[in-house]
Write a protein that binds this ligand. Structure first.
Ligand code: BG6
Length: 505
């Protein structure tokens, strides 16, 4: 029998999403256009949305529903990436798009929204279920949460609030935000999004570690020498100069995304795969990261900022010449940190984490370097320690380097690798992080969302560095790496001090 609901195909997907309305605050913003609506439309193409699904966009700009639909159509066409735009599915999807304009600080907006949501609930049969999505300027998060207080307690259906990063600008403001959110929402209504946790390749770390008994016995200080986590971007700040100059790489990428990746690599197995249990283990790991004393910061953290360069015949401006950026900005567009984990599994194993803008290429990966053989039978320069690389993006896969005998006489070794590639092994499109996370929030599964204790533990890990950098006359001299290179020399020196070198990904 034909499936009556074009948006839901139970054969293909196990997770059922109940009918609901998604209210996006910041509907005119970049995230909505680049990620949220294209991801939702892709879910519609793949029939993963319920029939009674609606999106209510809100922002200050007055727009009719029709104009909002047109804007979103243009955004989807532009940012769909690897999927085909289907007019018929768009028309069906667009019938569920609505818009309410208003000032986030004005009670009028919330009254208008309440009335509109009641109509939408009737028209689309959403059963009163509402997922609010905070994608405004972070400084407005508390205002919106308070405005939503009357809507947070439903008469029927559920209410949830998704909060985009950043969760605060430092440890203190993170706690203040938390207090404001909790005035209006209970903890089980709050979904703090860290999109790295939704990436397939990051989720696969858990499958790799805990679904394969051969690796886990080696996953400790006895066999692992050190770990390198790299998130390099070739782009600059892409029109986000004003935000980025206040944030910097340590806050923008390491405090959240990369510490979550580190926690996933290093956490203990949970007894069950349930939201509370998995998140408890991640949180425990984050709390085991050694907090730096101010005196340790110089030897454990490096800041960089890119300067101008000519790349491929094109002049790339330095960070300070980007639009919206103060020409004397002391922002770190590159940060590298040596984290140490104080527990039995990891004592003494450095976790080197680096992230930067305007690097030679876009690559995110985790390299796990094993210890060398205890006694070498072969010439030392030909045997190299095993290296396991978990490739997060843009290539997605896993490779294991090991030594092999080179054919011919004698016993010469050469490193070779065993490779797994998602594309060739599964032959299907990998869902984007936002698709996964939006479905999870609608289904009420917070496993891949971060929790306040994790947010606070991550701030505790980076705050001493931020404090030292903020209080010294200059973390620079900046700029200290030309655009298109792998960061400042001080970052290499940090690893050299422990006898290590950064891998070129
Ligand atoms: C965002 C940061 O959280 O993550 C951006 O604010 C960064 O500066 C982006 O570019 C990277 O995400 P992805 O998924 O492209 O690696």
């Amino acid at each position: 029998m034909a499936d009556a609901n074009p948006f839901q195909d139970p054969q293909r997907f196990e997770r059922r999403v109940p009918p609901c309305a998604l209210v996006i605050f910041g509907a005119n913003g970049d995230l909505t256009k680049r990620k949220l609506v294209p991801s939702l439309y892709r879910l519609a193409i793949e029939r993963r949305l319920p029939q009674g699904f609606a999106i209510v966009g809100t922002s200050r700009t007055p727009l009719s529903d029709e104009a909002f639909r047109e804007k979103m159509e243009a955004a989807v066409r532009e940012h769909l990436e690897n999927s085909h735009f289907d007019e018929a599915i768009w028309d069906e999807f667009a019938r569920g798009l609505f818009y309410v304009a208003g000032d986030l600080a004005s009670p009028d907006l919330y009254s208008a929204l309440t009335a509109r949501l009641a109509e939408v609930a009737q028209q689309r049969q959403t059963g009163g279920n509402i997922l609010f999505y905070l994608s405004t300027q972070p400084s407005q998060y508390s205002t919106v949460a308070r405005g939503l207080a009357p809507l947070a307690r439903p008469n029927g259906g559920w209410r949830r609030l998704v909060v985009e990063k950043p969760f605060g600008h430092d440890d203190r403001s993170a706690r203040e935000l938390e207090t404001a959110l909790h005035e209006c929402f209970t903890e089980d209504q709050l979904y703090r999004i860290d999109h790295y946790l939704g990436k397939e390749t990051v989720q696969n770390i858990l499958a790799f570690r805990f679904g394969n008994p051969i690796f886990e016995p080696l996953w400790n200080r006895q066999y692992i020498d050190h770990v390198q986590i790299t998130a390099a971007e070739s782009i600059g700040v892409e029109g986000r100069g004003a935000y980025y100059q206040e944030a910097g790489a340590l806050r923008d990428m390491i405090q959240n995304h990369l510490l979550q990746v580190l926690a996933t690599i290093a956490m203990e197995p949970s007894a069950v795969f349930e939201p509370g249990a998995v998140r408890d283990e991640r949180a425990k790991l984050l709390r085991s990261i050694r907090p730096f004393r101010p005196a340790d910061v110089a030897t454990h953290a490096v800041a960089g900022q890119y300067g101008p360069a000519a790349i491929g015949g094109k002049d790339i401006p330095g960070f300070r010449a980007e639009p919206g950026v103060n020409p004397h900005a002391m922002t770190d567009t590159y940060a590298a940190v040596t984290f140490l984990i104080d527990n039995w599994r990891w004592a003494g194993v450095p976790f080197y984490v680096r992230s930067g803008k305007r690097m030679p290429k876009r690559v995110t990966d985790i390299a796990i370097r094993f210890r060398p053989v205890p006694h070498s039978l072969f010439s030392s320069e030909s045997a190299r320690p095993n290296l396991l690389i978990l490739r997060i993006q843009p290539e997605e896969g896993i490779s294991l380097r090991f030594s092999s005998k080179q054919p011919g006489s004698g016993m010469k070794l050469r490193p070779v690798s065993m490779d797994f590639n998602y594309g060739t092994s599964f032959g299907m499109r990998t869902p984007t992080a936002y698709e996964t996370l939006l479905v999870d929030a609608m289904a009420g599964d917070p496993t891949l969302y971060t929790r306040q204790d994790m947010v606070e533990a991550s701030w505790a890990a980076v705050q001493p560095i931020l404090d030292v950098w903020a209080n010294q006359p200059a973390p620079g001299p900046f700029p200290n790496y030309p655009a298109g290179t792998w960061g400042p020399a001080a970052s290499d020196d940090m690893l050299a001090a422990r006898g290590h070198v950064w891998r070129v990904p």
